[in-house]
Design a protein around this ligand. Structure first.
Ligand code: FES
Length: 179
C-alpha cells in the first residue's frame, strides 16, 4: 500500500477511535447516572447561586413535600423539597434521599404543585400536557411532552439545616435563573 494512503488510513482510524471512545464515555455516563444507587455518586453540574436556608432537617417528613422560593432573588420561582425514603440522584441527608425540584414543568411551565406521587417517587402528570418526572433520577422525564429534566436544586446540610446552594438546569421561562 502507498505510504501516503497508509498514513491517511491510520490517522482516520485514530480519529475514529477517538470519536468512538468519546461517544462510549458519554453513553456510559448517561447509563450510569440513570441507575439507582449509582445516580447519587454522579456529581451534579449545578450552577452556584446565593444560598438560602430551606428548613431544619428534622422537620422534613418522608413523602411530605414542602415548597420554598429559590433562587432568593426570584420570588416567582418556587421549588419543592421532599424526603423520598429511597436513595436518589443528588440526594442529601443520612439516607441520600432528600431532593428538591422546580414546581414549573420544563415543557411549558405547567404548575406541578400537589402532583407528587409517593408510590412512584415522581411528580406529575403535569396538568397541561401530562409529563411525569422521576425524582430519583435527577428529574428525568418518564412520559409526556417535556424533553428536558426538571431543574433540580443543589442542597447541603449546614448545622442541621437544609440549605439550597444552586440549580442544575434552566427554570422554565428564564433566560438566566438569576434574572
Ligand atoms: S407544560 Fe407540562 S407537559 Fe407541557
Amino acid at each position: 500500500m502507498d505510504t501516503k494512503l497508509e498514513s491517511e488510513h491510520s490517522e482516520s482510524d485514530r480519529l475514529c477511535m477517538t470519536r468512538r471512545s468519546f461517544l462510549l464515555a458519554g453513553a456510559s455516563a448517561i447509563v450510569l447516572s440513570s441507575l439507582p444507587g449509582v445516580a447519587g455518586a454522579v456529581k451534579l453540574a449545578a450552577r452556584t447561586y446565593p444560598s438560602r436556608k430551606v428548613m431544619a432537617l428534622r422537620d422534613l417528613q418522608v413523602d411530605q413535600p414542602v415548597d420554598f422560593t429559590y433562587p432568593p432573588n426570584n420570588p416567582l420561582s418556587t421549588f419543592f423539597i421532599v424526603k423520598l425514603g429511597v436513595e436518589a440522584g443528588g440526594g442529601i441527608g443520612p439516607d441520600k434521599d432528600i431532593v428538591a425540584f422546580s414546581n414549573l414543568c420544563s415543557h411549558m411551565g405547567g404548575p406541578l404543585n400537589g402532583t407528587y406521587k409517593a408510590g412512584h417517587k415522581a411528580v406529575g402528570p403535569c396538568p397541561l400536557h401530562l409529563t411525569t418526572f422521576d425524582l430519583t433520577r435527577h428529574g428525568m422525564v418518564i412520559s409526556g411532552h417535556a424533553t428536558e429534566s426538571l431543574p433540580q436544586a443543589r442542597l447541603e446540610i449546614v448545622n442541621g439545616n437544609i440549605v439550597a446552594t444552586g440549580v442544575m438546569g434552566l427554570i422554565y421561562g428564564q433566560h438566566d435563573n438569576l434574572a
